[in-house]
Design a protein around this ligand. Structure first.
Ligand code: NG6
Ligand code: CA
Length: 497
């Protein structure tokens, strides 16, 4: 591996390892754009489908398109936990959190933003958080500590959990944005506040109806999970959420254009409720789910244009991926199933969100670094959990994460070899193993959560798939290769304990 000495920058000489450059380069900015519940097949770069995503495709065309890129888990909280900490999520028992959960990333753990801060980066998080905030019972009317800052972010503008959970407000640098102190916020996941309408009792107030769950407090005519009252001036408007996040993301980049920055830009699309800005409503043949994918794609385009206009594209690594696989009906009546047509949200993979099958975690994974990464495709096995270890290596630092591996050469397209093996976490902390081209799903340990008619992939007996030959996991060959099943299940135990 070559070490390139860089121009003195921000007052000190910098090193970037593993970068082949004809000329000295500055420490690259790093941007991770993380979609929420977007499937491999939802972007046109991975094949023909029912919607066009020209802006996300631009990252693919100008960068590396990974065909074996993974989120750690088939749901959000565990997947994000792992991306930011380089640790397997089941080590912490991470599961989908309610909106009033405390922060699950222990403050002493190394994290991607902390590592980059130590390397001289300014760090920002914009968008969906879903890793808990505060300690014990949170008072939303005061500073909420610990939060994104304690995880390593200098700046943050986030939702506490998901766009279908209360509190339906933004938290900026630890404080609820636009909160009127005379109208305090209260949140409960146990019981309603007297006199407050709910989706269950007041269906006449709803502009979107639930299909399952989602019948508690109402914000913006949309019933949510959890109860809240107060904070009227701080409540978000779903239709404007994409524009709000985009302006915070581009604002962060503009403000820090002259120093190395790391931005974690966590889009809320296409998670439910799917409420596009009127500019995008009705624009896709797939209904609201398609409309919000178009909205997300537009945001990515605007973001890339901002990098271009600031002259930052050549010095910024842009990663685009998703926290888990796709789902159609995730709790609201929005015609996602009815208007699907031939579109295949998970591409060639089986099932999607929540599942142990590949559609749960095998996601879009694009890396662009203009002038440094040769555009193309990569078959290397890579995981979001490896970002911290890989970028630490790039910056000449030690990998301090427990489970992350340095796959920098694969990420930069300099090697075809990524990981040899990877544990994946299906909903319910059911762990499975991908080893080379084999996937072994052991008998389930927890039923976990899933939405019929999705296939959970959790069974009482072992399953084995040879995914090179059988990408759609149609043939369970566990009975044919019992020794391999045994060896892989043993390996899972070795890594776990
Ligand atoms: C489920 C929700 C689902 C979604 C999911 C989390 C119900 C019935 N379903 O419990 O709508 O919010 O949690 O999704 O409440 S994730 O992408 O953040 O993991
Ligand atoms: Ca998700």
């Amino acid at each position: 591996m070559k070490t390139v000495h860089l121009l003195p920058f921000a007052g000190c000489a910098l090193l970037v390892q593993g970068v082949q450059a004809k000329e000295p380069v500055k420490k690259p900015n790093i941007v991770i754009i993380l979609a929420d519940d977007l499937g491999f097949g939802d972007i046109s770069a991975y094949g023909r489908n029912g919607i066009e995503t020209p802006n996300i495709d631009r990252i693919a065309d100008e960068g590396l398109r990974f065909c074996n890129g993974y989120a750690s888990s088939s749901t959000s909280t565990p997947s994000r936990y792992s991306l930011l900490t380089g640790r397997y999520p089941w080590r912490e028992g991470a599961q989908v959190l309610p909106g009033d959960a405390p922060l699950i990333i222990r403050e002493e753990l190394p994290t991607l933003p902390k590592m980059l801060k130590e390397a001289g980066y300014v760090t920002g998080a914009v968008g969906k958080w879903h890793l808990g905030l505060g300690k014990g019972q949170v008072d939303w009317n005061r500073e909420i500590v610990p939060g994104a800052r304690e995880v390593g972010f200098d700046y943050s503008f986030i939702t506490a959990a998901t766009n279908d959970r209360v509190p339906t407000v933004f938290v900026e640098n630890g404080r609820v944005a636009n909160l009127d102190p005379n109208d305090p916020i209260e949140v409960s996941y146990r019981k309603n506040f007297p006199g407050e309408p709910t989706g269950k009792e007041n269906p006449e107030l709803l502009k979107i109806k639930p299909s399952h769950g989602h019948n508690q407090s109402i914000t913006n005519g949309i019933p949510r999970i959890g109860f809240m009252r107060g904070g009227k001036s701080a409540l978000w408007v779903d239709e404007d959420m994409a524009d709000t996040f985009l302006s915070k993301a581009t604002g962060f980049v503009k403000e820090h254009r002259d120093e190395p920055f790391f931005l974690y830009y966590a889009l809320h699309e296409p998670h439910v409720p799917r409420v596009p800005h009127p500019r995008f409503a009705g624009k896709s043949p797939l209904g609201p789910r398609g409309d919000v994918v178009l909205e997300a794609d537009w945001c990515v385009g605007e973001f890339l244009n901002t990098l271009d206009s600031l002259g930052l594209s050549e010095n910024t690594i842009v990663i685009f991926t998703s926290d888990n696989g796709p789902i159609l009906d995730d709790g609201y009546v929005d015609e996602a199933i009815e208007r699907l047509g031939d579109h295949k949200p998970a591409g060639p993979f089986r099932s999607g969100k929540y599942s142990s099958y590949d559609g749960g975690t095998h996601v879009a994974f694009l890396v662009r670094w203009t002038g440094h990464i040769k555009p193309g495709k990569s078959e290397a096995l890579v995981c979001q959990m490896d970002f911290c270890a890989s970028f630490a290596t790039m910056l000449g630092k030690e990998n301090e994460t427990r489970d992350g591996e340095n796959v920098l050469d694969a990420l930069l397209g300099r090697s075809k070899q990524g990981r040899k093996e990877l544990l994946l976490d299906a909903c319910g902390n059911n762990v499975l193993l991908r080893q080379g081209d084999w996937i072994c799903i052991p008998p389930m340990v927890n039923e976990g959560y899933w939405v019929p008619p999705m296939e959970s992939g959790r069974m009482k007996s072992s399953q084995l798939f040879q995914v090179k030959k059988d990408i759609g996991q149609k043939n369970n060959v566990a009975e044919k290769y019992p020794k391999r099943v045994q060896a892989m299940e043993k390996r899972i135990k070795e890594i776990r304990y």
